[in-house]
Design a protein around this ligand. Sequence first.
Ligand code: PEP
Ligand code: MG
Length: 755
Amino acid sequence: MIKDNVELICNIGELSDLFREKSDVRGFLQKVVKTVSGHMKADVCSIYLYDEYLDRLILEATEGLNPELIGKLILTPGEGLVGTSMKELRSILEKNGQEHPQFKAIPGSGEEKYQAFLAVPILRGLTRIGVLVLQHQQPGFFNKNDMMAFKAIASQLAATLENAKLLMGVSKKPEAPRKVESVSLIKGQAVVGGIGIGNAYVVESGKKDGFYSGLPQSCIDASEEDFAQALSQTEEQLQLLQAEMEEKLSDVGSLIFSTHLLMLRDSSFVGKMEEDIRSGVSPCDAIITRVEYFLKIFSESDNPRLQEKVQDIRDLGHRLLRNLAGESQDSGDYSGQILVARELLPSELVKITAQHVEGLVLYSQGASAHITILAKSLGVPLVYTDDKRLFSLYTGTLLILDGLQGNLLINPNEESLQQFSKLKEDRALARESEDQVCSETYTLDRERIHLRATVNLISDIKTAVRMKAEGIGLYRSEFPFLIRNSFPSEEEQYLVYKKIFDGMDHPVITLRALDIGGDKILSYVPGSEEENPFLGLRAIRFLLENKKVFVGQLKAMIRAGQGRDFRIMFPLISSLDDFRQARRMVEKSIEFLKRDGFDCDTVPDLGVMIELPSAVMMAEDLAREADFISVGSNDLVQYLLGVDRTNEKVSGLYDPRHPAVLRTLARIASAAEQENCALSICGNMTFNREMIYFLVGLGVRNFSMPPVQIPEMQKFLNSVNVKAAEKDSRCLLEMNSLEDIHSYLEAAVSKQTEK
Ligand code: PEP
Ligand code: MG
């Protein structure tokens, strides 16, 4: 049989022309494999395209192999002969491919009968495009000349195939979600408990990301009238969401959908879509083209504030397309979807929660303490994972997110679905019975303990009241700052703080001054990128460098607290001098307020957060001058042990039971006692039974914790015998090994609960 290689090489130009005429990319690829196999007299010709992001080769066209594998046969570079050709960037010519040690049989492909094998990598400069493969039943059918010709074909086709590859990413064709190869469980870290059941929505900035995938035919066929209808429906939905947010999340929800609403009225966005539609472009294409255009501009912008809008544009495009398809009333939102993302901004988290997302899976390296805190307050199940296979998931894949165990089940079977749906319902019922909590907490031997609420969002106050929290031990004031695009004005802050006082009538309301820096970066503050942000211009250091911001916040807090007992505390204090400067700022703020005609009869108590080893060493002096001290245990453990609290890789080393932590806590407790200064503890340690037991043994009586933890901690404390706790704490302070402390604490705590 004579192969007409030369003629084939000449025909490549013809194929490229054909590509320009055809809108169906897969059809074009199929034409290529058919033509090439015909000219080369091959039994099989296949094209695998390389997805650099997933780092996978995907079979996109084949003549001769089972066509059902198209889009489903996925190989890693290095896997089988095709993968090896890509990984090592070399052609592979084998008389009998199946005898090669790297050959990998693909069940169901039908390739068992083909022996001769020829693969060439397709490259554009250094860019990997994919692999072109020929197979034939007759061993040794291909020779070196064929290989040379095939290489020439691959290089001529490279540019066209690259275009095809790009278009595949934005194909509007509805497509069944592709299954991830063998992954059925991804393990991660449980961050926010709860169960989510839904379809994956995989977001990758600047990547094909499912924005277009799974569009129903009704969307593709929509008319100009449908577009107008979708537009007004989208605007209505967004107005409604905005109003809901103002009501429910007044501190962080204000104007949160403003970008969406502005874009909807923008002539360069919707105006241009309308223009395109009038000139004959389909509404679906007009939306996609415009959204793509803005995604590109925003994601490539040097301005981080524009980059932050990428998800807004994507959301809006998504919503417009769903409405165009005439889907259900809440179409366009995230109901029934689990968001899979590399990272997320706080404002994005608030928006997707408002749009009813089922759960979140985030890549650990994009993890941050404030996203965790915010997700907890918003009650969205969240799992972090550093498993890269997360990004081989496709939008639409059915998932179960188990935020209790930190597991992600992919394409679960019916049995798992039933089991987790039941668990989800049971948890909802259990939450209703949580209200069986007493307004005062006592230990078994009637020692009084105060359980206060840690509040992140104003909406937490409702829960705090329901859980009968004894005041607020920590209000983290940074979220209204993190969500907005610029510093909130004094008036805006005043309204937020006023809501706190209105929401909880209790003498202990503790507002913390702004703690930004570290992993809480305000994109609108120039130069906020730092090499070592946790050791940089964070918290009180930032405030003392930015006195206008500091005074603005203090004035708003003091105005809101008039007529009430309240407290202000300063984060990350490292010296007496820091505290004195902060106190001076409070005095100045009062002076300014009085000068502006405000009555300032109520002066807050001022407190120091002990979070740094330097503050521990100064604990007696700080306790002498401050009205109260509060241990920020999350940071104290981080700075004392030198372990980044957000870094999953060292999370095993982040252990509050470390003997150094126990001894540090003992030192702080005795400084507070010696100076007769009120002491409280906040941070995650407060809802860890072993740690709260140890702390009670040290004499600590005030704890601030997320309100949802109060019932469980109250129940535990009810079983604690203080005398026993004191004795155990003394023993623990004598110990110098983590292992010994672990087993001692475990035994001591179970002894308390057994009784
Ligand atoms: C802490 O460090 O324990 C604390 C409560 O502050 P944050 O977690 O907000 O840093
Ligand atoms: Mg802290």
